[in-house]
Design a protein around this ligand. Structure first.
Ligand SMILES: N[C@@H](CCC(=O)N[C@@H](CS)C(=O)NCC(=O)O)C(=O)O
Length: 164
């Protein structure tokens, strides 16, 4: 498709694009798929939720007419499409601190979008009252391997301002 992200796995020879396919490929390769079918179902759902969050952020970033700042203002202004998703996820985070009984690929994907949102509008998650989502994100980024990966990301893809 000529798009990013794109993964080349030299060990297996697999080459693939599409974020959801890459997440599922890595989860299976490294044995991170939940074995419990209920957790597996929730994890898959959260991967797609994360993909839809990507679409929402992308819609503001590439808004028709180019007024990106106004589009993001609307998104972070309360009662937006973003709130709808965060309210739903907030209600699904249980005693484990995740949507599954332990951190799943879907939880990690969701945490990645929490991180992007924190970069775009620092404090929005907390200010909006999504305390469980915030704690889920904090718990994922506290993982040393996640922190190591984060250091390799050169710059944020989504930009908040028109002139960025
Ligand atoms: N459905 C794809 C969307 C990927 C996508 O939109 N990639 C953007 C960068 S975030 C891209 O490569 N845009 C350039 C293009 O489409 O030509 C996925 O989930 O990976």
């Amino acid at each position: 498709m000529g798009q990013l992200p794109y993964l080349t796995d030299k060990e297996t020879g697999a080459c693939l694009g599409q974020t959801v396919a890459i997440i599922n490929y890595c989860a299976r390769k490294f044995g991170f798929e939940p074995s419990d079918m209920k957790d597996y179902a929730t994890s898959q759902e959260m991967i797609i939720v994360s993909s839809e969050l990507h679409g929402i952020l992308s819609g503001a970033h590439y808004v028709a007419g180019g007024d990106r700042a106004a589009a993001f203002d609307k998104l972070f202004g309360g009662d937006s499409k973003l709130d709808k998703y965060f309210k739903a996820v907030e209600g699904r985070i249980g005693e484990s601190g995740f949507t599954c009984s332990a951190a799943s690929p879907g939880d990690v994907a969701f945490a990645a979008y929490c991180g992007m949102i924190e970069q775009l509008e620092p404090g929005w998650i907390e200010k909006s009252g999504y305390a469980k989502c915030l704690a889920l994100h904090a718990s994922i980024v506290a993982n040393a391997d996640v922190a190591k990966y984060e250091e390799t990301v050169p710059y944020p893809y989504f930009k908040r301002q028109n002139d960025a």
